[in-house]
Design a protein around this ligand. Structure first.
Ligand code: DX5
Ligand code: ZN
Length: 222
């Protein structure tokens, strides 16, 4: 049984004191820091670029799980790898077809980062099933990409189960990450379906630093 990893998303952190927030999350047991990059084009919101990833990299020792919610992610993959992304996930629907997914996955891996592919709730997992053997992480969005604090979309559970079954059938030990609306209750559903990485933004950072450890433990489960 793989260890369940918890990746707090800094989208819900207090950016006035970002260093303190990410260090507190790391000290509270976070396995990775999830960095949500948004371009105001692929999603109707704008967050930050490589320079924030670079700053966070200087603050923590745990891996940075960078989630690109941008158009033309291939154009910026090098910049985020240079900034210190340990895992770099992009949206399958932001590139052309499966050949483009393969190409970008290869480029990210060649840069020494672990490639991940994400899909929004309204997109089929078939967009990346063909590349399961080449990818280190699948990001099943349980909210529409663009904002923190949204309500969990239960359809994500079936997607997690479908990908886990396909991965087992192929003998592929891929990480399945669920991203969006994850809390103590929804995390249990995700893990039962086969997820092993859980992103939690508002549930962790919304709880006050004194509660980060308890919230992270609650998401990870016993
Ligand atoms: C949404 C982001 C998520 C989000 C998670 O576009 O990809 O990572 O920040 O935040 P919560 O856990 O609050 O839904
Ligand atoms: Zn995310």
């Amino acid at each position: 049984m793989k260890k369940i990893k918890v990746a707090p998303s800094i989208l819900s952190a207090d950016f006035r004191v970002l260093e303190r927030e990410v260090k507190a999350a790391q000290d509270a047991g976070a396995d990775m820091i999830h960095c949500d990059v948004m371009d105001g084009h692929f999603v109707p919101n704008i967050t930050f670029g490589p320079f924030v990833v670079e700053a966070v990299k200087k603050c923590v020792a745990i891996p940075l799980d960078v989630h690109l919610m941008i158009s033309d992610p291939g154009k910026y993959a090098d910049a985020f790898c240079d900034a210190g992304a340990d895992i770099l996930s992009f949206h399958a629907e932001a590139v052309g077809g499966i050949d483009d997914v393969f190409a970008l996955v290869g480029k990210i891996r060649a840069r020494g980062a672990r490639p991940g592919v994400a899909v929004n709730p309204d997109k089929p997992v078939s967009l990346f099933m063909g590349a399961l053997t080449e990818i280190d992480q699948i990001v099943i969005m349980s909210v529409y990409a663009g904002f923190g604090g949204q309500k969990f979309i239960p359809d994500a559970i079936d997607k997690v189960a479908a990908v886990r079954k396909a991965a087992l059938d192929m003998g592929v030990g891929i990480d399945i990450e669920v991203d969006g609306g994850v809390n103590e209750q929804t995390a249990r559903l995700c893990v039962a379906a086969g997820a092993d990485v859980l992103v939690a933004g508002s549930y962790v950072f919304g709880g006050g630093a004194e509660n980060y450890a308890g919230r992270i433990e609650a998401v990870r489960g016993k």
